[in-house]
Design a protein around this ligand. Sequence first.
Ligand SMILES: Nc1ncnc2c1ncn2[C@@H]1O[C@H](COP(=O)(O)OP(=O)(O)OP(=O)(O)O)[C@@H](O)[C@H]1O
Ligand SMILES: [K+]
Ligand SMILES: [Mg+2]
Length: 731
Amino acid sequence: MSTTLQPAPSTATELPPVAPPRGSLTWRTVRDALPASLRKLDPRRMWRVPVMFVVEVGAALTTVLAVVDPSVFAWVIAVWLWITVLFATLAEAVAESRGRAQASSLRATQRTTTARKVQGTADQLAYGSGLASLPTVEVASSQLHVGDLVVVTAGETIPGDGDVVEGVASVDESAITGESAPVIRESGGDRTAVTGGTTVLSDQIVVRITAEPGRTFVDRMIALVEGSERQKTPNEIALNVLLASLTIIFLLAVATLQPMAVYSHARQSLVVLVALLVCLIPTTIGALLSAIGIAGMDRLVQRNVLAMSGRAVEAAGDVDVLLLDKTGTITYGNRRASELLPAPGVEAGHLAEAAQLSSLADETPEGRSIVDLTQTAYGRPVLTDDALAGATLVPFSAATRMSGVDLPGRPDDGGAPQARRVRKGAASVVHQWVRSTGGEPTGGTAGHPAGHPLVGQAVDADVESVSAQGGTPLVVAEQIGDAPARLLGVVHLKDVVKEGLVERFAELRAMGIRTVMVTGDNKVTARVIADEAGVDDVLAEATPEDKLALIRREQKGGKLVAMAGDGTNDAPALAQADVGVAMSTGTTAAKEAGNMVDLDSDPTKLIEIVGIGKQLLITRGALTTFSIANDVAKYFAIIPAMFVLAFPQLHVLNVMHLHSPQSAITSAIVFNALVIVALIPLALRGVRYRAVSAVALLRRNLWIYGLGGLVAPFVGIKLIDLVVSLVPGLR
Ligand SMILES: Nc1ncnc2c1ncn2[C@@H]1O[C@H](COP(=O)(O)OP(=O)(O)OP(=O)(O)O)[C@@H](O)[C@H]1O
Ligand SMILES: [K+]
Ligand SMILES: [Mg+2]
């Protein structure tokens, strides 16, 4: 197996076209979005947003009235009502336009390529090596099916989504992530997944296809960014119900206004009543609601995160607990063997040989690094595959936390006279294994036939010291024949804590979010790393079931839980979490279990995801506040002006001194429409968001958007009235 990566041959890769900056409303974006916004005027679509549907019906009605009984006033109102609806559909179309651009550049990666398919079955996987040398046939990538094995060599395009089952390679994923730095993909560990359409830069890998053509990751991504899969979230539905109820209330209010008006000899025309209704119902938020949701998804996509549901994005905004795994999340994740610590009375060479033997068929990066170390630092020749003839492999799993090999005795052909079993893994489980053979791992002699007095304590001390440095200790033990197993020593796996985590976790704490590190590693290592990284809590020696149980426990207590993970062992927990972010490098199981995928495979991005979720909720809240405050203010701004002729006493309330009832109502309608356009950039960009507590944010936003919403109509309507009053026919 090749573990050194050859330098990458240079390949020209095109980056996706740069979309206009978020939240900008240039002529170009408007022009591009115009056809889509006109299509969205279809009442069958509009119906889904009741507030805007009412406006559209009102626009149609006033148009008819203007035709039947033409007047400048009626036409102006009709036109501005249509503009109001159009601004709403425009907001949504502009929000979607980025996704459309991204989708078309993604489609470009979906060309059919030729794949070299291995003529064999997955059974040949048993030894985890030698697949690439099997005979292959060339087939079109569109003909590949789940379970097929394909060989991909430097310079070739990976023909479909899959898991690397053999080898290690550097891969250019820029076609999908826009990130030009190559990434490592390798078999066995938590970096196995590859995406169709990406290019192998160096070395050779064998990939097992995991998605049928047409159902690949890129297909899903296209559907997502285009918004065709977007469904209203529960929160959006609730808000829509609220807006619809307000609409009905105002509809009744306006309907009952007429009898009173007639009674007081101030009968209002139908056009005025429709205009008044539109002014009072929450059109601002009704028009922008969908754009806010799309923009939130889009902000995630810009950070290379794909959310499979809008619900997940919202949940991210309300998260209470964040679970992070240690290896690869808090640490860099390239855990490598750095040192062998033999037990007293054990030759270093003997420990090295046993460590190598038990790692030969271990396809995890840790396993490979052990083989490397025994060769480079301990000069062990590489054992040939022959050394494993007739052997039974015990593969590593997160549930057993141990791996190894059982070799048969081969006295007849000059091999070892007795059967031999070697194990390596977490200290506690290797201890258990030693006990199961009748050995005593902690006692003075630690099952050592030579009866060395200090083996148990010495190995324990080494485990402790490796852990105290934040390393992962693997204990190696061996059993010859039927004799009790004995400890041979410790392998030190080194990993480094990522930089800048302390600050990020502090930020989360300020937002009121608790961080918990969950790891399969031992308590001491876990504690050391947790302290260095600054997480709030730690769960060590966790099996996949423990992770799942922890999430369920938190959820029972009413908490929303987010988790980042990459391993197959994380999949159950990712599925259970309210927000499950799978690393794109991770295993297919993990990617299918979560409700978000991070293309950059950066678990600390959870922090940004939480920020984006919060920003989405805050933006929606702020604009709802603004919209309703605005409508209330409009009521007081225009009602006195409308009735001032009938009730001269109202003049006291007519603080705005609007020109005439007609100009008042026209100005209010124009203002109502312009507010929507004015707020499109904010809806797309999101309200500025800082890491402070939810209560402080709420208070601040109530002030800004509540008060702003109350004041704005008075200023805006007055200014527009000054202009409108100059128009003949509206005076
Ligand atoms: N290749 C291996 N062979 C034997 N034992 C291993 C191997 N890799 C890991 N272990 C042991 O199993 C334990 C759990 O594995 P692993 O670290 O993958 O768990 P995890 O739950 O994914 O936690 P994390 O990834 O956060 O560290 C390790 O701490 C180590 O003791
Ligand atoms: K309104
Ligand atoms: Mg892991």
